[in-house]
Design a protein around this ligand. Sequence first.
Ligand code: HEC
Ligand code: HEC
Ligand code: HEC
Ligand code: HEC
Ligand code: HEC
Length: 454
Amino acid sequence: MKKTLALASAFLFTLLLFSVFSFKPLNVEEGDKKGAFKYKDFQKPEYCKGCHNDFYQQWDQAMMSKAYTHEWDEIEYFKLAVAHAEADPKLKDVVDGCNGCHTPMAYLVGDVTPPKPSEGSRANESVSCEVCHLITGIEGDTAYNFNWVIEPGQTKYAARKGEKGSPNHKIVKTDLHSSTKICGSCHNEKSPFGVWVKSTQLEWEEGAYADANVTCQECHMPDTKMKTAAMGTTYPDARTHLFNGGHDPGKVRGTIELRIQPDIRETVPGETVVFTTTVFNQKTGHKFPTGSVEDRIVWLHVEAEDEDGNRYHIQVDKKGFEGEEYTIASDVLAYQDMGVPLGIENFEGVRREDVPIGDRIFRMPYFDPEGRMTIMQWNTASLGVDYRIGPRETKTETYTFELPFEIKPGKVKVTADLYYRLLVKPVGEYLEVPEEEYTAQLVNSHSTEITVYP
Ligand code: HEC
Ligand code: HEC
Ligand code: HEC
Ligand code: HEC
Ligand code: HEC
């Protein structure tokens, strides 16, 4: 009864909107978008929830609904980006542009800098239903820097027309919604220096999943038998709106397969054993890590343990490629450019990473105009070596272990652990980001054994 009433009122409300709204069949070009619309041109997600409750509940648990309000986003945006634009007014447009992807409505209505999340403004709707379902196309061939075209109004755009149609809105089918380009428009980003600081969709395009047409939607909106709307049709292949990624430990766990083996099984103290590790990216359609690569690290830790419980850390063998120093954990300082927005003169930086020294790190460093590592992607003038794990790529590392004389004879267990961190820990701690953003997550683990004779 309650539901019928809610539906009926949603229907009436829609009729009202049809008559009150002036339609804006605007083909807004890039650059014209900021401030081209009003908040009343967009429905709230709670309005769509009336008929699309399942999708609403899924979206509400995804990062999409928190792209503006999530604490680390708020800290980076206000403490670093907005403050940086205040110190250097040339950056104002770039920093307004953060909202083009994180809270597109606020950008489109010119509500920039938006109020802080605690003020409860409509900017908090983040990447809402209306944002994606009012997108009609992409400008140009390459999707990046929110170069979508949007047409607010009563027509919603999706990958199918809807068998029964909707009493509430029109539906127009587009090819874009089943293409990876709609995702790429926000998941590819070029910095003001012309550097690709986010390239998830481009990485996908270069990989094996593109050849097989396994799209972003296949893995992040997996299809299932489901009714897509109250009064709607049950489809065998309805697209869920889960959008789970790096923030879901379940999605990250097991992404990489990991094995370790020794070159000899039996040895004596003082001898050398070489362990080879194999990491195989079996699960991601892009590189791992991807997206906010300036923040993310993946590292491989290898340790031996004798029967007395003594532990010996084994460092990775150097391969000798250019830029390798950025892929082996050390205690050097980095991120000095944060000093500008933080108002600290000659800021010495914080540790580059807080990972056992000598562990292999799978990452790509971003450099500021002075060549120092940065997590401020808008201040990225160049990129370093790309030592991430591509889709279906396998990388091997060797770890040479010189057995100490004090090692206890018997079985020695050698374990390789692969960890993932959303944000390098020293930056998280320094900026007082909630700890869950930099907790080490175990991606995979494998052990092997050797026997040591006296
Ligand atoms: C009064 C109920 C109602 C409301 C409110 C409503 N819709 Fe729908 N919508 C439907 C129905 C019914 C369908 C058709 C489902 C079918 O049979 O395929 C539909 C279909 C859709 C489709 C996809 C077409 C398809 O079936 O594949 C999209 C996208 C969509 N709605 C978006 C929205 C958005 C965004 C909002 C909020 C601005 C919204 N809807 C509000 C009832 C509603
Ligand atoms: C309007 C811009 C926009 C579009 C279009 C968009 N995204 Fe996103 N997406 C974002 C933003 C911004 C975030 C980051 C949220 C955060 O962490 O602040 C995000 C987060 C995600 C995440 C979660 C990552 C994590 O860390 O857990 C996944 C997965 C994702 N998007 C997949 C997709 C897919 C698949 C598509 C295409 C169907 C898509 N996105 C389209 C802006 C967009
Ligand atoms: C990040 C972009 C994005 C957001 C946000 C988003 N959607 Fe979608 N939605 C899509 C895409 C892409 C598809 C089509 C996927 C496909 O079929 O390949 C889709 C499909 C749909 C469908 C049709 C499902 C089907 O299988 O026919 C409905 C209904 C829908 N969305 C409603 C909503 C509602 C309601 C919200 C907000 C709670 C929402 N969407 C938020 C991108 C989005
Ligand atoms: C074959 C499955 C698959 C495909 C295809 C795929 N992804 Fe992913 N994606 C994953 C898995 C698994 C993860 C979790 C591991 C990780 O964080 O990379 C992930 C993670 C992500 C993340 C979070 C990364 C981070 O570190 O925060 C984003 C964003 C994302 N994917 C977007 C996309 C987009 C956009 C596309 C299409 C261009 C896409 N994915 C295609 C499987 C896939
Ligand atoms: C072209 C679209 C786009 C622009 C412009 C953009 N972002 Fe993002 N941002 C994203 C996407 C997509 C993600 C999610 C990537 C992932 O999950 O790895 C993201 C992730 C982030 C994260 C990490 C969130 C997390 O939970 O780890 C922060 C912080 C952030 N952005 C801040 C900013 C700031 C500040 C700006 C402006 C200087 C900005 N972004 C500009 C699309 C964009």
